[in-house]
Write a protein that binds this ligand. Sequence first.
Ligand code: FAD
Length: 306
Amino acid sequence: MTNLQTLFADYIAPFNGEALYNEPLAGHCSFKIGGPAEIFYTPQDETALISAMRFARDQGAPLHILGNGSNVLISDKGLQGVVIRLMGGLTALTVQEDGCVFSGAGVSLKRLCTFALENGFTGLEFAYGIPGSVGGAVYMNAGAYGGEIKNVLKTVRCVAPETFEIKTYDASSLSIAYRSTPFMHNKEIITGATFALEKGDTEQSRARMNELMAKRKASQPLEYPSAGSTFKRPKDGYAAAMIDQSGLKGYRVGGAEVSVKHAGFVINTGNASFGDVMGVIEGVRAKVRETFGVYLETEVEILGEE
Ligand SMILES: Cc1cc2nc3c(=O)[nH]c(=O)nc-3n(C[C@H](O)[C@H](O)[C@H](O)COP(=O)(O)OP(=O)(O)OC[C@H]3O[C@@H](n4cnc5c(N)ncnc54)[C@H](O)[C@@H]3O)c2cc1C
């Protein structure tokens, strides 16, 4: 155990959460890439979350947040300091008195969508196949098939980074756009959110979810580890079309490859390293810039160093 790990073990013991040490992060993200986390902590409530945040601040240790790890590429060297994983903790799901659905940040989007359906709500069909947590989806305003989290988001509950104050934002007061929210800059940690959904036809809603899931299976390389669309949609056009038209389908570095099925996905064909995926990202960027004069920004968040 490192000194930090020993201190953490003593400090965190009274709180409601699970601490692991030197935990391989490849097992906690959809790319299946990533070295060990010095400290890996899953808090079950806000008190435990705030305690871990306070520990990191007091010790001057780096703090990293993970939801379900479906939009991250993590270094093979792993992550020093404290990694807080919210998926699996903070799992409350309720219909509030005002008719809005409250979800803890650690609930999977799939579970939230099913819960909404079971309670006669519609409006979340687009999110059913997105493999993230509610916190991760709010963090980056996830979206698909014409829907976006911001269209159904009512409030966001979060913890401020330095003061540990618990805040609730009205979503209409937040500046949220395509794959962009204030949480991507302000380091506030989302612990839950409420969603304003319409009552509707459950069978129609279920059919729409199944239809969209089938579309995903037909068009996306779901049989390989990946983090979904690697790049954000550029201002003029679509990343996948630009990558395809640059002749990059199947472009490979080590075990990482631009999917032949969907050029927007970089896949791990089995034993890709962090460096392999970074190599594909850089290669794609260079070629697309040469072909279209467009710089592709990653949608996937890169954690740690090469
Ligand atoms: C096969 C596949 C298909 C996908 N399809 C889509 C799609 O259609 N549309 C789409 O938008 N995305 C898609 N994605 C990407 C991904 O599922 C979404 O971006 C999802 O919202 C990420 O959530 P997560 O919980 O996995 O976040 P993570 O990957 O764990 O984290 C992503 C970022 O969010 C931050 N974060 C996570 N939780 C919190 C929190 N509670 N508070 C503060 N910050 C937090 C992390 O620090 C990190 O910076 C896909 C991914 C895969 C693998």
